[in-house]
Design a protein. Structure first.
Lengths: 269, 360, 269, 360
C-alpha cells in the first residue's frame, strides 16, 4: 500500500508538471483566436478572430518568403552541423588520448562563454568577409556546435568497438567505417540530433537579427519578434504568427519522434 | 601454407609493457588455444596477429610473409569476436557478404559463395533476418559464417563462447572441433576457460603477464606442467600444493618432509636434481591422484564434501588450516568430520622449487 | 603508417576546430584592451585602453549591483532547478511505465516550441501575480527545465537498480534513498548540471529583458546588451563588460571541471 | 524460528505470469538453492520473498508470520546481490553499519557490532576503504558482512558468485558452506549454475518457466529426477536422451526397442507401468553410467574425444547423426574413428514418457 500511495503521489506530481508545461502552449493557440485586448485581459477561452488575425498577418509580412528563408537556413545548417559534429564527436571518442581529451575539455569550457560575448568579433569577421545580410553568415557560426559535438561523443560511447574491428578485418577504411557502419548504426542518434539542431536554427534570434538587415532575407522568427516589438503590438496577430512559426518544428518532432525517443531513452522493457 | 611465426613480439601501452617478447611457431592446420587469466595479454596478442593493434617490436609472419605493416584485411585472417560484432543494420546475408562487397567481388559471385557457406552451417532459413532477430547461438553461427566466407588462411577466435549459456557452450565446442576438421585451416583461439583450452586445442599456449608460460599439447600441459602457475591454472579442481623441505638427496631418490603434515617424509624417485638438503620445495598433487592405493598417505579429517552426482570433491585437512581437495567417484557415503587415509603414489606427484619452477 | 597518418590528420582537424572556437574569445579579451575604432578596424593586438575602458564602464553602470543581481538570480535558480529536475528525472526513470513515458515524450515535444512563443502568456501570468520587475519572475519559468529533467533522466539510467534494492532492504524510505544514496552517488552528474544551469541563468537575456524594468533590478548580461544597443556603442567598454560578465561562469567551470568531465565523459582507461 | 512457507504464490507483470503458483516449505537453518535456466523466475521469486517485488496472489510467511505486506527491512531478511550493491560513496565500515544507522541503533553499538562481524570475515584491514578500492572477492565479502550485521533470520543470495572468476568462485563456495555452518541460519540462494546448486544445497528447488519442477536433496535430484527437464538440467556433462518404443510389457519387465540403434532391445526391470505396447518413450543415460561392465551395450564409433586431464569425454555415434556422451577416466588412448562397445546396466537407466514425465 505504502508503495502504491507513493506512485500515485508521483504521478500526480508529474501530471501537474506536464500540465504546467503544456498550458502556455494551449494559451498560445487560444490567443491566436482572440483579439489583442482580450489576450491582454487574460481571456482563456477560444474566440472568433483567428481568420481576421491571419489576414492581418499576411498584409503585414510576406509569409512565403519568410518560410522559404527559415527553411533554407535551418535545412542547410542542420545538414552541415550533423556532418561536422558527428565526425568530430566520433573522432574525439574513437581516437581518444590524453591530448584529445584536453582539447575537448577546453572546447567545453568555451560553452561557458555567452554567445552574446562572441557576437562582436563574429560580426567584424563576417563584415571583413563581405557576408553581412547573407544566409551564409547566419549558418557558418552554428555549424561547429560544441554542444552537438558533445552529444555525438557521448552517443559514440555506446557504439561497440568490436564493430569497428570487424569492419577493419572486412577491409573497410576509416571513412568507410564511419559512413557504412557508424552512420546507419547510430541513426536514432542522428534523428534526435536533427530535431535539436533544426529547432535551434529555426528558432535562432539574436545572431540572425544582427546579421540579416533587409526584410527579404529575414526569417519567420525575426518577423514574429518585430511584430512583437511594434509600438502597439497586435497580440492576436503575433500569436497567429507564433503558432505558424511553431508548426514546422512540431511537425519534424512528430515525424522523427519514434527514433528520437528511441535514440534518447531506449524502449520500455 | 598458413603457418604463423612470432619472433620476439612486444607491445607497450605508454610505458606499460603488456606483451613481453613472445616467440611462437604455429604450424599449418593446427588448432592453437591461447589461455590464461584475465590481463595476461592473450587477447592483445591475438589482436596483434589480426593487425588490430600495432606491434611495438618484433615480427609476425603468416605463411612465411612478414605482415607487421599489413592491414587486417590483407593478412589472410578472419576473426570471430566475443560479442559476435554482427552489423546490426544488415541482414544475415549482407553481413556474410560484406567483406566480399568491399573487396569488389561481383554480386552473383557473392551470392553463390554466401549461399554455399550458409548451407554448410544450416543458416539458409535465416538469411533475410537481422541480427537482433537471432538467438545467441544463431548469431555465433553467423559470425563464424561471415569469417568462413572470406576463405582465410587463419581463423582467429576471441572468447567466442563466453556469451553463451553452459549447455550451448558444450554444443558449440563440439561444432567448432568438427568445423576445424572440415575446413582444415589454422585456428587461433583465445579463452580464459581451461576446459575449453583442454578440449579444443591441438596445442595450448598458456600465458601469464605478457609471457608464454608453457606451450604443449593439452595432456602434456596437464601431466607435465613446467611451473606452478601452469599446474595451478590447468586442471579442475585445482591442484593441491603442499610445502616441503628437502631432507636428504641421493642419486636415485629425494626425501622431502612436509612440515604441515607432522614432518611426514616422502620419497621421490629422482635420479638427478639441483636441489640441496634444506631447500624449500612445493609438492603438487592433483585431486584425481588420491585413492586407496599408493605407498604414501595423509591422515585427514573431512571438512566438507561436494557431491556433483557422478563425482564428489572432498575437502579435508589435518587441523593445520590447509585443506586438500580430493576428487573421487566413491565418496557418496562420506560425511564431514570423518577421518580417513588419503593414499597416493609419489611417482605421480609434481615437485617444484620454492620459486615455482618444476623439478620433476 | 596509414593509421598514423590518419591520426595526424585528425589531430590537425581537431586543433583547427579548437582554435576556431577559442579565437573569438581571445579577440574579446584583446578587444577589452583597445579603443572602439581600433576594434571596428579589426585590430588583433593588445592595446593600452583596458584601464580607461574599465573606468568608463564603472561610470556608466553600477557593477556591484549588477553582479549582486546576477549572482542572486543564478544561484537561487540553479539550486531550485537542481532539486526539481533531479527529482523529476529520477522519478521518470525509476517509476517508469508506459504512461510516464508518454507524459515524458509530450514534455519533450514542448522543447520544440521556442521560448519566444511562450513569453506573452508567461508575461500575462506574471502580471496577474504582480511579479513584474521582480527576480522571482525571472526565476520561476526556468525551474522546471525540460532539458535538465531529460539530462537527469538519462544519467539515472547509470544508477544501479541494485543500490535501490539494497537500500530498501536496509530500511530506507523512498526519499531517504534519493537523499542518502542517489544524490551522493550521482555527484558528478550534479556538478555537470550545476555548470549548465548556472551558465544558462547567468547568460539569460530575453526573458529578464522583458520582466525586469528598472536598472536596480537588472543583471550584468542585460547591462552588457544595453551598452551594446546604445546609439554609438563604445566597443572597448562593451568588451570589458563582456569579459567581466564571463568570469564567474568560467570560474565555476574550472572549479567543477574535474567532476564535470568525469560526470560527462568518464576517465581515460 | 526462521522457517519459511510459500502458499500458491503468483506474480504477473501485466498479463504475463512469471510465477505460476509456487508452494514451498523451507525449514529453519536449511540451505536452499533455487536453480534453473535464465527466465525461469528464480530471481523474481527471491525478490518476492525479500519484499522487493509485490506478490500478485498467495501468501509468504517467515517464522510463521505472514509478511506479504511488510517492508523488506521488516521481514528479518538480508540480501547479498549479484553486483554486491555496495554504496560507492561509503567506506566498508559505513556500508556495513548502514542498516543499523537507519534502524536508530546507537553509534557505539554499531561500531561494536560491525567490528565483530569484520573480525569473523577478516575485513579489519579494509574498514576505511571505499568499495572501488577493493577486489571482487573483497567486495563480495563486504556484501556478506553487511548482511550478517543485520542478524537476519533468512539470508537471501542472488547469484552472488557469478561476477567472480572460476578459481575464486570455488573458493567462495567453500567459504559460504562454512559460513552457513557457523551462522546456523536459513539461506536461500539463487543460481543458474547447477554445480553451485549441487555443491551448496541441503535442498535444491529446480525451477522452470515459473513452476517448481522438482524439490529434493542434490543427490536425490541427480539420481531420481522427476522429469526430463530436471534430468537434463542437473548433471555434467548433460545426460544422454535416446528415443525408444515399448515393445512388450510384462508384470516384471518392460522391453524397449531403440529405432536409432538398429531397433536393439533393452529390458527394464519394471514391476508396474502406465505404459502400453507401442508407446514412445525416452531413455536417459548419464555419461558416467557407461563402462565395460553391464548387460546392455551400444556399438559405437568415436567421433570426438575431449581430454580434461583427469577425465575424458567421448562423443560417439552409430552413424545415425545422434551422438552419445560418455565420461570416462580411462580414454587417453582412444582416437576418433575407433569403434568400441559402450556397456551399461539397464537398472541405472532412467525411463521417461514421450511428454517427459519420469516412469522409473
Amino acid at each position: 500500500m505504502n508503495r502504491r500511495l507513493h506512485r500515485i503521489m508521483i504521478y500526480t506530481m508529474l501530471s501537474i508538471a506536464a500540465f504546467v508545461s503544456v498550458f502556455p502552449f494551449l494559451w498560445l493557440i487560444v490567443g491566436a483566436t482572440n483579439i489583442s485586448p482580450d489576450i491582454l485581459s487574460g481571456k482563456a477561452t477560444p474566440g472568433h478572430a483567428l481568420f481576421d488575425n491571419f489576414v492581418k498577418l499576411t498584409q503585414q509580412v510576406d509569409l512565403v518568403q519568410l518560410f522559404y528563408n527559415s527553411t533554407k537556413i535551418a535545412v542547410i545548417a542542420t545538414a552541415l552541423t550533423l556532418v561536422v559534429a558527428s565526425l568530430a564527436g566520433y573522432a574525439f571518442e574513437i581516437f581518444r588520448s590524453q591530448l584529445s581529451d584536453r582539447i575537448f575539455a577546453s572546447l567545453l569550457a568555451m560553452l561557458s562563454i555567452p554567445f552574446a560575448a562572441l557576437m562582436i568579433p563574429l560580426f567584424v569577421i563576417m563584415a571583413k568577409l563581405h557576408l553581412i545580410n547573407t544566409h551564409t553568415a547566419v549558418i557558418i557560426p552554428t555549424i561547429a556546435s560544441i554542444f552537438i559535438i558533445f552529444y555525438f561523443r557521448q552517443a559514440t560511447k555506446s557504439f561497440p568497438a568490436e564493430l569497428r574491428d570487424a569492419a577493419r578485418v572486412d577491409g573497410l577504411k576509416e571513412w568507410q567505417i564511419f559512413w557504412h557502419i557508424y552512420v546507419p548504426v547510430m541513426r536514432s542518434t542522428y534523428a534526435a540530433a536533427t530535431i535539436i539542431i533544426f529547432m535551434a536554427n529555426w528558432n535562432a534570434y539574436l545572431w540572425p537579427l544582427i546579421v540579416l538587415q533587409t526584410n527579404e532575407m529575414k526569417t519567420i522568427t525575426l518577423a514574429v519578434a518585430s511584430l512583437l516589438s511594434a509600438y502597439v503590438p497586435d497580440y492576436g496577430v503575433v500569436m497567429v504568427a507564433t503558432t505558424l512559426a511553431t508548426l514546422p518544428t512540431l511537425f519534424i518532432f512528430f515525424v522523427l519522434q519514434k527514433q528520437f525517443v528511441q535514440g534518447l531513452l531506449g524502449s520500455v522493457k | 601454407m598458413s603457418d604463423l611465426n612470432l619472433r620476439d613480439v612486444r607491445k607497450s601501452f605508454g610505458s606499460f609493457e603488456v606483451i613481453k617478447g613472445v616467440n611462437l611457431d604455429i604450424a599449418s592446420r593446427e588448432f592453437v588455444v591461447f589461455v590464461g587469466p584475465s590481463g595476461c595479454g592473450k587477447s592483445t596478442l591475438l589482436r596483434m596477429i589480426a593487425g588490430l593493434e600495432d606491434i611495438s617490436s618484433g615480427d609476425i609472419s603468416i605463411g612465411g610473409k612478414r605482415v607487421n605493416d599489413l592491414d587486417p584485411s590483407k593478412r589472410g585472417i578472419a576473426m570471430v569476436f566475443q560479442s559476435y560484432a554482427l552489423y546490426p543494420h544488415l541482414t544475415v546475408r549482407e553481413n556474410m557478404g560484406f567483406a566480399l562487397r568491399f573487396a569488389g567481388v561481383e554480386k552473383d559471385a557473392i551470392t553463390a559463395q554466401v549461399d554455399g557457406v550458409a548451407k554448410t552451417l544450416g543458416l539458409n532459413a535465416l538469411m533475410e533476418r537481422y541480427p537482433k532477430e537471432l538467438s545467441g547461438g544463431q548469431r555465433q553461427r553467423v559470425a563464424i559464417g561471415r569469417a568462413i566466407v572470406r576463405k582465410p588462411e587463419v581463423f582467429l577466435f576471441d572468447e567466442p563462447l563466453s556469451n553463451l549459456d553452459a549447455e550451448l557452450r558444450v554444443h558449440m565446442r563440439i561444432e567448432l572441433a568438427r568445423l576445424h576438421k572440415t575446413l582444415a585451416t589454422t585456428v587461433i583461439y583465445v579463452t580464459h576457460d581451461q576446459v575449453e583450452a583442454m578440449t579444443l586445442a591441438d596445442k595450448i599456449v598458456v600465458m601469464r603477464e605478457g609471457v608464454v608460460a608453457q606451450v604443449g599439447s593439452p595432456l602434456d600441459v596437464y601431466d607435465n606442467p613446467d611451473n606452478m602457475f601452469v599446474a595451478g591454472f590447468i586442471g579442475s579442481p585445482k591442484i593441491n600444493f603442499v610445502k616441503g623441505v628437502v631432507d636428504s638427496a641421493s642419486k636415485t631418490k629425494l626425501k622431502v618432509t612436509l612440515p604441515s603434515y607432522n614432518n611426514s617424509a616422502f620419497d621421490f624417485p629422482i635420479t638427478a636434481s639441483a636441489l640441496k638438503v634444506g631447500d624449500s620445495v612445493v609438492i603438487g598433487l592433483r585431486p584425481q591422484y588420491f585413492g586407496t592405493g599408493g605407498k604414501q598417505k595423509f591422515n585427514l579429517t573431512v571438512e566438507l564434501v561436494e557431491h556433483l552426482g557422478g563425482e564428489s570433491f572432498v575437502y579435508a585437512g589435518n587441523g593445520s588450516g590447509e585443506l586438500l581437495t580430493i576428487a573421487t567417484q566413491s565418496a557418496r557415503g562420506i560425511k564431514s568430520g570423518e577421518k580417513f587415509e588419503a593414499r597416493f603414489d609419489a611417482s605421480k606427484a609434481l615437485l617444484f622449487t620454492e620459486a615455482g619452477e618444476r623439478v620433476r
